[in-house]
Design a protein around this ligand. Structure first.
Ligand SMILES: [Zn+2]
Ligand SMILES: [Zn+2]
Length: 389
């Protein structure tokens, strides 16, 4: 597979970086240790500009090409945060912090982008500037939005932006991408039912919120199966239900919550409307009081046509046409790179992590064999987007 030879030479070093980052995970915005590690490496490489604390704990590095006549500026983004999971691996690079773990491979993403930065700072074989973006809080904290809100795109003159995520189950050396929506928009909903508590043996004197809640959870199952056009996509998942504490008491209150995933605004609006109508209708039927709270999460990650074609072409140059799926079906997970794609054209791509445990699994580990592939992808994106004359 024609990865860059120079990057292949860095493989051991980048692997060391990846494992060091893996051993020192931080959650959401608390990624100071990783951010410091990134800054130290960028400084060693002699990148032209390093700015810390963009979006609280994010880091941005600027690498100027041998020429900058084109005025082109391309952004490439990695995420740095880990998850609140107790790692079950027994590797020598296991997390040193109990209850925190790089279970989504952001350690690998950060290390690969650092590897590409090292190559690009050494060779500078492009006409323009590369902006390497290391963001905090991808896992639910909207760190990508925080960096955008800090004015990152204008401040560094970024014109296009690219993102990458590893994909367990996809062989190492494979890529997958599609134009348009590639990951879902997310919403979180909380439903609180106020019934009337009573003695368990005298249910006629109360209004059991558990009965109301279970009917609601059942009814929500028909939104996707009976209301949404079967050709379009949506997910409504109830992930928690809480009520009661005793064998002999009917609870006063019940609460359940969960997530909504959709690929466009229209379906999103339909699902939200159906949830409200269904919940309010059932509450009225049972004479219970209910409150519904729906909070907007990450927007849909929407790839731009031209940049997607370009990114797929780069992946094909590295691993060959047969190993790049450029008509990937979208996945219903969320991704806060979506905020960057709302501000600038760009593309988000998946890269194989081989036969590893799934993302967010306590035995997941980023596959170091994928490092030269990912780092070469980044290097080629920069060189091809801004060819030196
Ligand atoms: Zn994740
Ligand atoms: Zn992730």
């Amino acid at each position: 597979m024609p990865v860059y030879n120079r990057i292949a030479e860095f493989h051991d070093e980048i692997t060391e970086w990846r494992r060091t980052i893996h051993q020192h995970p931080g959650l959401l915005y608390d990624v100071e240790e990783t951010a410091e590690f990134v800054v130290e490496r960028l400084r060693e490489m002699g990148v032209d500009e390093i700015v810390e604390q963009v979006g609280r704990t994010g880091v941005v590095g600027v690498i100027k090409g041998r020429q900058t006549n084109s005025g082109r500026v391309v952004g490439m983004r990695a995420d740095m945060d880990a998850l609140p999971i107790v790692e079950k691996n027994d590797s020598p690079h296991k997390s040193k912090y109990e209850g925190k773990m790089h279970a989504c491979g952001h350690d690998g993403h950060t290390a690969m982008l650092l590897g590409a930065a090292k190559y690009l700072a050494e060779t500078r074989n492009f006409d323009g500037s590369v902006v390497v973006i290391f963001q905090p809080a991808e896992e639910g904290g909207a760190g990508g939005k925080a960096m955008c809100d800090d004015g990152m795109m204008d401040r560094f003159g970024i014109q296009e932006v690219y993102g990458l995520h590893n994909s367990p189950g996809l062989p190492v050396g494979d890529f997958a991408i599609c134009p348009g929506p590639i990951m879902a928009g997310t919403e979180e909903f909380t439903v609180t039912i106020n019934g009337l508590g009573a003695h368990a043996a005298m249910p006629h004197l109360g209004n059991d919120p558990i009965i109301v809640a279970t009917h609601m959870v059942q009814a929500l199952q028909t939104i996707v199966s009976r209301n949404v056009d079967p050709i379009r996509s949506a997910v409504v998942t109830v992930t928690a239900i809480h009520a009661g504490k005793a064998y002999n008491v009917i609870s006063q209150e019940a609460q359940f919550y969960g997530t909504i995933r959709t690929l466009d605004r229209e379906v999103r609006a339909q699902v939200v409307e159906r949830i409200r109508t269904t919940i309010n209708g059932i509450a009225a039927a049972y004479g219970a009081e209910v409150s519904i709270d729906i909070e907007e999460g990450y927007p849909v990650t929407t790839n731009h046509e031209e940049q997607t074609k370009f990114a797929a072409g780069i992946a094909k140059q590295i691993v060959g046409d047969a190993r790049v799926d450029d008509e990937k079906l979208p996945v219903m997970g969320g991704e806060d790179f979506s905020y960057m794609l709302l501000e600038r054209p760009g593309a988000f791509i998946f890269m194989g992590n081989g036969d590893s445990h799934g993302l967010h699994h306590e035995e997941y580990d980023f596959n170091d064999e994928a490092i030269p592939v990912g780092a070469s992808y980044w290097a080629k994106i920069a060189e091809a987007a801004m060819p030196a004359s």
